[in-house]
Design a protein around this ligand. Structure first.
Ligand SMILES: [Zn+2]
Length: 153
């Protein structure tokens, strides 16, 4: 069916646009210019994009804008979610629960390199040390496993 093949091409256009929009220096104008030229480049008969596709391009640009600067999203004790700007010791569970994203989808959405940390460095170190201590058969009481913040009242 012709409609169906057109839809597939639009899907390709959309995915290219989405990854382009994830670049930090991409502007709305860049994305729109690309959106106009892409269908032709991909062999789509319709050389112009619909207002709906324009809106989708702008929306993807906005959702791909990180809430905080990527290079400031990792500190020793916390990693900050680029979707909403909240800080955690590890992002995996939050991404799934709040944004429905896997770690891979999250990296793709913001163009994060494989080495970008999604777990706070200190937390990883502490876990490794804890594991090592267990492995050595020494039970250290002062460094119990992390628990949810206990009420101080
Ligand atoms: Zn979030």
């Amino acid at each position: 069916m012709e409609d169906r093949s057109n839809m597939l091409i639009s899907e390709a256009v959309r995915s290219v646009l989405t990854s382009f929009a994830a670049r930090e220096n991409a502007t709305v104008e860049d994305v729109l210019a690309l959106a106009r030229s892409l269908p032709a480049a991909l062999g789509d008969n319709a050389s112009s994009i619909t207002p709906e596709q324009q809106t989708a391009a702008i929306n993807s640009l906005q959702t791909a804008r990180p809430a905080v600067a990527i290079d400031q999203s990792v500190s020793d004790d916390t990693v900050t979610c680029l979707c909403c700007g909240k800080s955690f010791t590890m992002l995996k569970r939050h991404l799934k629960a709040e944004h429905g994203l896997s770690e891979q989808q999250y990296r793709a959405q913001f163009g994060l390199p494989e080495e970008h940390l999604l777990v706070a460095p200190n937390y990883s170190i502490r876990k490794a040390e804890y594991a090592k201590r267990i492995g050595l058969g020494k039970y250290a009481r002062e460094d119990s496993p992390p628990q949810d913040a206990a009420p101080t009242l």
